[in-house]
Design a protein. Structure first.
Lengths: 111, 622, 209
């Protein structure tokens, strides 16, 4: 049982602590969800209001998407928790390769 | 567990292997299937060399020649080299890290059966209207318009076997990260384990682009999509990128484990710690990383533009640096060591100059400007055979001799082994060295014949004679294997007497639970350390206790069989065959049904009880 | 700790998804798989971007002609909310509240089905309204492949979660199935991550032109 970080002598206290910790985390989850919804509306809004130039809109909505995905990964998928070193290393390697690939396909496939 | 020791009938043995989830048995399956495909790919090579031995030859037709070269390349890379490396990874890596099994024994078996059925599917094309004929790279401009079902066999067969490789890679990664024995830190892992780790990580990231490329090709050919149909807005260059984003890392997926095998052999038979262990690890990881940054050097002549060409050329040459580090470390490992010339060591010795020659021509073709001259000539053929045969195949042959006793408990004959080596080594250089010059003299690759009086006759004849040498070498190896298994002289834990890593501390072949007690690892070359300290084996890290083992399962076979059946349905669907759609559906139902059965049926495995282990120990001593 | 052991609220571990070796392996293996999936979807995105608006002639519709914001926004809201509901399910899993977990999973499945229904309606709409079919142009092939691959992931995810729910309906939580639920929820979040990029790169950037 290596994943039992909480070991006070009184199991009742332990359980209570854990329950509260989970509840607190759930509160953060709801906050990040609210933010994600907000970011989504901003992204859709920027596109719906046809006033902005594409040079602003495209980088802006891509940035919003990235922020939103960071919320997903670190809060919804618990990547901020301990024990996610190997997962984050491999996931970010994947993300890095993904960026290189998209970049290549957008620049050197032109004919 | 008294049953496993009993002698079994033939049928029971077959059933045992069909349902096994034991990594050592899966290794044997990989070795047999990979060996079979290696011989088929070898036969195809022999046909190529017979056809090209003399000018204007008509041993095979031009169309058949295209099929043969395509199948030779595809078979050797996907169905021979990779599975044979997987055989050693399966057989040795869990033992080297002191694990009782891999992380996902079921997935391990599934990976093998997917590879096997994919390979069989691809090779059935010979009997069902012709093999794929667009080269092993299957460039879309050719492949999309290839008549018949050849390319469909390629696309579907590789898709199925590629899935197997992908899940195999994930399995090895998790095994190495989670299941190392107490004390086995990352920087104490044997080099073969390290290279398995990096190669598996590369598999994880390199195979998805291939999956997508093959899917797009399948959509184009079978379902009317337009990815590569220029008239409809498509672009064939996309295939080239997807293929090489997979294809170039694939080269390193093959060569890194080969480096690992040689690292083990050099230090074992020099009876010395591997020189520069940490720089070896660093170089392995760096090669793995750079391997993803260079794919477009296969496409210099497609017109990427000077900037892209320059970037990819420089990145490619950069890989020479970590590779050079490795070469020097091997040399310094032998330097001052007490070198013992066994068959594996012969191969390791021969590997260094052979592979360096492939590396040097690699830097030559990496020079984008010069590559316009070399591109699509025999120079390139010579280059990649020097790295693949001079690196990977020599490693596979060396590994076969080196680990045979661990896998089967018998020792291959050393004299025959050395004869095999000399014939293969001479044949290899005879075949491919001259091809550099054939290329520089202007012989294009993939041509089915050439005219007399162009100065290509002598070179091609020499090349074909070399191929004969290699064929004889392989036949002698087969003879050696059969003789050894017939004689069946059993050997002990450490038959080479110089074993350094954990696999040599347990019986050959190991019991199905590998380690009765997990070993305590106290440093690099754990077994050697204990031997030098005057001990017979490793200190256990735990008392004897119950061992948890996974159950055998027939489901991996069924999942793979379903995809195999579905592939026929998908393929003949374009011919408006009425049975095609039902076959596709039946196949998918078998696959997904088997997966459902797997997830609905709980499988907790079983325990070997402490008493049985103690009993066994007493029995062995008596 | 045995995987099949009956546990109570008191004995339930803090991280049930990682408390046995099998569970740890499953957890890590699935994360690695998601790393591979990232590259898989990157290949599809890259192909889509290379083939965006590549059509044989001017009679074909381009991205800016066919996409509609309200439909995409609705689909996005459904999927984003389903991501939150599956977080709720895992919250109750960690608190050993099996019934509540099942309720939240059911809501997740319903939202997922809603998303899938919208996608089917959308594809159908494009085919009939704009003759934008899988075979009509390279752009269309790339669009349907990327979005369709995501849709296939949603379908598989729904099947997976449903299979887990039916299988464990009568048995409650234990350390054998807790990691399975957890991993399925990771998969569901990953589907949402991909969708964030699809609505941004395909739909919103498509509208911008």
């Amino acid at each position: 049982m290596t994943n039992q970080p909480l070991s006070s002598s009184n199991p009742r206290v332990d359980l209570e602590y854990r329950r509260r910790k989970n509840a607190e985390e759930m509160r953060y989850q709801v906050i990040s969800f609210t933010l994600m919804i907000f970011l989504t509306f901003v992204a859709f809004g920027v596109v719906a209001i046809k006033g902005f130039t594409a040079w602003f809109v495209v980088p802006f909505i891509l940035l919003l998407a990235c922020v939103q995905v960071v919320f997903q990964l670190f809060y919804f998928m618990h990547m901020s928790h301990k024990g996610h070193e190997a997962p984050s290393m491999f996931l970010f390697t994947g993300v890095f390769l993904a960026m290189i690939m998209v970049w290549a396909f957008m620049t050197i496939i032109w004919w | 567990m008294s049953t496993y020791a009993q002698k079994k009938g033939f049928g029971a043995t077959i059933w045992d292997y069909l349902t096994t989830v034991d990594h050592k048995k899966i290794a044997i399956l990989y070795l047999m299937a990979g060996g079979l495909f290696f011989i088929m790919g070898g036969l195809e090579a022999v046909f190529i060399r017979i056809q090209l031995a003399v000018p204007n030859n008509d041993f095979v037709s031009a169309g058949a020649f295209n099929e043969i070269i395509t199948m030779h390349g595809t078979t050797m890379i996907f169905l021979a080299a990779m599975p044979l490396l997987f055989a050693f990874m399966n057989a040795v890596m869990p033992l080297q890290i002191g694990a009782r099994d891999v992380a996902f024994p079921f997935v391990n078996a599934l990976g093998f059966w997917l590879f096997f059925f994919g390979g069989i599917f691809l090779n059935l094309s010979w009997f069902l209207g012709g093999a794929p004929d667009a080269g092993w790279t299957s460039y879309a401009s050719l492949a999309v318009h290839s008549k018949g079902h050849g390319i469909d066999f390629y696309v579907l067969g590789l898709q199925i076997s590629g899935l197997g490789t992908l899940i195999g890679g994930i399995n090895f990664l998790v095994t190495i990260i989670n299941m190392r024995a107490p004390g086995m830190t990352y920087m104490r892992m044997p080099l073969f384990t390290w290279t398995t780790f990096v190669a598996s990580a590369m598999i994880l990231f390199a195979f998805p682009p291939l999956t997508v490329g093959l899917t797009l090709m399948m959509f184009d050919r079978l379902f009317g999509a337009n990815f590569f149909e220029v008239a409809m807005g498509g672009n064939t260059i996309i295939w080239e990128h997807l293929f090489w984003i997979f294809g170039h890392p694939e080269v390193y997926i093959l060569i890194l484990p080969a480096f690992g095998i040689f690292s083990e052999i050099f230090s074992t038979f020099s009876r010395k710690r591997l020189f520069g262990y940490s720089s070896m690890v660093f170089a392995t990881v760096l090669i793995g990383f750079l391997g993803f940054m260079v794919w477009a050097h296969h496409m210099f002549t497609t017109g990427l533009g000077p900037v892209a060409n320059a970037i990819f050329a420089v990145a490619t040459m950069a890989i020479g640096v970590p590779t050079g580090i490795k070469i020097f470390n091997w040399l310094f490992t032998m330097w001052g060591g007490s070198v013992k010339f066994t068959t594996p060591m012969y191969y390791a010795f021969a590997f260094i100059p052979s592979f360096v020659m492939g590396g040097v021509t690699g830097v030559m073709v990496a020079t984008a400007a010069a590559d316009y001259q070399y591109h699509d000539t025999y120079f390139v053929v010579a280059h990649f055979h020097y790295v693949i045969v001079g690196g990977v195949v020599l490693a596979l042959l060396a590994g076969t001799h080196y680990w045979w006793p661990k896998m089967f408990g018998t020792m291959l004959n050393e004299t025959l082994g050395k004869i095999t080596f000399w014939l293969f080594f001479i044949g290899f250089h005879l075949t491919f060295f001259i091809q550099h010059f054939l290329g520089l003299w202007g012989m294009p690759r993939r041509v089915f014949t050439y005219l007399p009086g162009q100065g290509l006759n002598a070179g091609n004849l020499i090349s074909s004679i070399g191929a004969a040498f290699m064929s004889v070498a392989v036949l002698i190896l087969l003879f050696n294997i059969i003789m050894t298994q017939v004689k069946n002289v059993k050997v002990g834990n450490d038959p080479w007497e110089d074993g350094r890593t954990l696999e040599w501390s347990i019986p050959s072949p190991p019991p199905f639970y590998n380690f009765k007690q997990l070993p305590l690892v106290r440093g690099l070359d754990a077994y050697w350390l204990e031997k030098m300290a005057g001990k017979k084996g490793l200190t256990p890290a735990e008392p004897i206790g119950d061992i948890h083992m996974p159950n055998s399962s027939f489901i991996p076979f069924m999942i793979s069989l379903g995809l195999f059946i579905a592939a026929f349905g998908a393929m003949y669907h374009v011919d408006d065959k009425p049975w095609a759609l039902p076959v596709l559906i039946i196949g998918l139902v078998i696959t997904f049904g088997s997966m459902l059965v797997r997830s609905v049926k709980d499988d907790h495995g079983f325990h070997i009880h402490k008493e049985e282990l103690v009993q066994e120990e007493k029995g062995a001593k008596a | 700790m045995q995987a099949e052991e009956k546990l109570t609220y008191e004995t339930w571990p803090a991280s049930p998804e990682r408390s046995t070796l099998e569970a740890k392996n499953k957890f890590l293996g699935f994360w690695l798989f998601l790393g591979g999936e990232t590259v898989l979807f990157a290949s599809l995105f890259a192909t889509y971007l290379a083939l965006k608006d590549k059509v044989p002639d001017s009679s074909h519709h381009l991205a800016k002609d066919i996409f509609e914001l309200p439909l995409t926004l609705t689909a996005t809201m459904l999927l984003l909310t389903s991501s939150l509901t599956s977080v709720y399910a895992m919250y109750h899993m960690k608190n050993f509240a099996f019934k509540k977990m099942m309720v939240w999973l059911s809501i997740t499945v319903l939202l997922g089905l809603g998303f899938l229904g919208l996608e089917i309606y959308e594809f159908n709409h494009y085919v009939h309204e704009f003759h934008h079919t899988f075979t009509s142009s390279a752009f269309a092939s790339a669009f349907y492949s990327l979005v369709g691959f995501h849709g296939a992931h949603v379908t598989f995810g729904l099947g997976w979660i449903l299979a887990l729910m039916f299988r464990n309906y009568k048995r409650g939580l234990n350390l054998y199935n807790a990691p399975k639920f957890y991993v399925a929820s990771l998969y569901w979040h990953f589907i949402d991550v991909v969708w964030v990029f699809i609505f941004t790169v395909v739909y919103l950037m498509g509208m911008v032109g």
